[in-house]
Design a protein around this ligand. Sequence first.
Ligand SMILES: Cc1ncc(COP(=O)(O)O)c(C=O)c1O
Length: 484
Amino acid sequence: MSTPYGPDEIAALQEKAKRHLWLHFTRMSSYAAADVPVIVRGHGPYVYDQHGKRYLDGLAGLFVSQIGHGRTEVAEAAARQASELAYFPLWSYAHPQAIALADRLAALAPGDLNRVFFTTSGSEAVESAWKLAKQYFRSIGQPTRYKVLSRSIAYHGTSMGALAITGLPGIKEPFEPLPAGGVRVPNTNFYRAPEFVSADETAFGVWAADEIERAILREGPESVAAVFLEPCQNSGGCFPPPPGYFPRVREICDRHGVLLVSDEVICAFGRLGYYFGCERYGYQPDIITFAKGVTSGYAPLGGMLVSDRLMEPFSFRDRAAGGHEHHRQFHGAETAADGQHTFLHGVTFAGHPVSCAVAMANLDVFEKEDLLGNVRAREGAFRSTLEKLTNLPIVGDVRGDGYFYGIELVKDKATRLTFDDDESERLLRGFLSHALFDAGLVCRADDRGDPVIQLSPPLICTQEHFDEMEQILRAVLTEAWTRI
Ligand SMILES: Cc1ncc(COP(=O)(O)O)c(C=O)c1O
């Protein structure tokens, strides 16, 4: 398909973008002398710019486009819903698409995560989970629990509460003071494990999990509400959990009455070959936060899946269902007001009818095309294709699971020496980000931890796309090495 944009329109887009549009997390001054990249359409795993140039979307937009671009059946579901009922709030009312989607997500989610609270984004989902944890503990007579543990360098969103949970000092500092209660624990970057556990991944996992327990004890268990963890941590470049890590974390949380929140804004909806990342790694969270892939980006939606026992103080059904007993067992606290509480939280567009209809159509595509099966069948090939890059001097580590990978770049492979700030700035912002895009690959060159390239392609990708990623990365990383 030819691009609809002629030279005048292209020039006008540039001028207006530079004059009026504010790109997120973007140094706008870098576009003073360069064009703003403008993506105008997408089809399958490819997107196209205003000149008609094609790019492989190796990041699924921003970890979003699971089913790929240009799916008319999903667009049509959105149009049908907008004609039928474009908007009605979930404040006191329900609508059929939110009901259907909540029912479907509860059926897909593991264990007793049977209640869905919708939001519009991942940050709002994380924010909501912290608020729920706080209000839940108040309602069961443990009002001193408000702190949240999360891992170093982990990204959990940008709203003030979510930012307090985020573990990236650089993006928090301008907004201090943030809400009190964010506590950091180590992440699971085995490539940079402390020396005493660097030869044994299981021992590393035990140490990293036990650091969570040590932090809970240090803070005082009675003050800790929740631990927020991604199944596979994105920021820093894909840190899968070491063997045994999550079961141990689950035990620690139970021992101290702390909630385990699985932040699956990226890892849910097939990214790791399962509907939910916790299923892949075999643990049962108390809350799952989700967004992104639930709609594959055809409309914005986020939310949290909440366990029956957390819902109990807010519910009318669980007494009859026997949940009350479960609640007493786990928390020991009896409250006169069970079932009497209102979760004092909401946002106007949460569970938007069009977004819910889109999510239903998106999940239909997952089922029809067995996208989870595709990821599970091909993830080994994806890994081994990317691992070919380890023969380049700049590639220190290739890590991840499913369709979710980080490639760590180093200055010296033998010593794992990383780049200093200046080198990183020149390498990532000065060269790699533009060079990879110019070579036709959308991916992310990130140095919020050590410098990494992040890949998270649509779940429809096959070997030809893995090869295309590998070839572009090989050429550009080879060139980068000559520029250090
Ligand atoms: C793990 C995690 N949590 C929360 C968020 C925030 O989501 P959003 O950008 O939709 O607010 C993100 C975004 O990338 C994320 O990766």
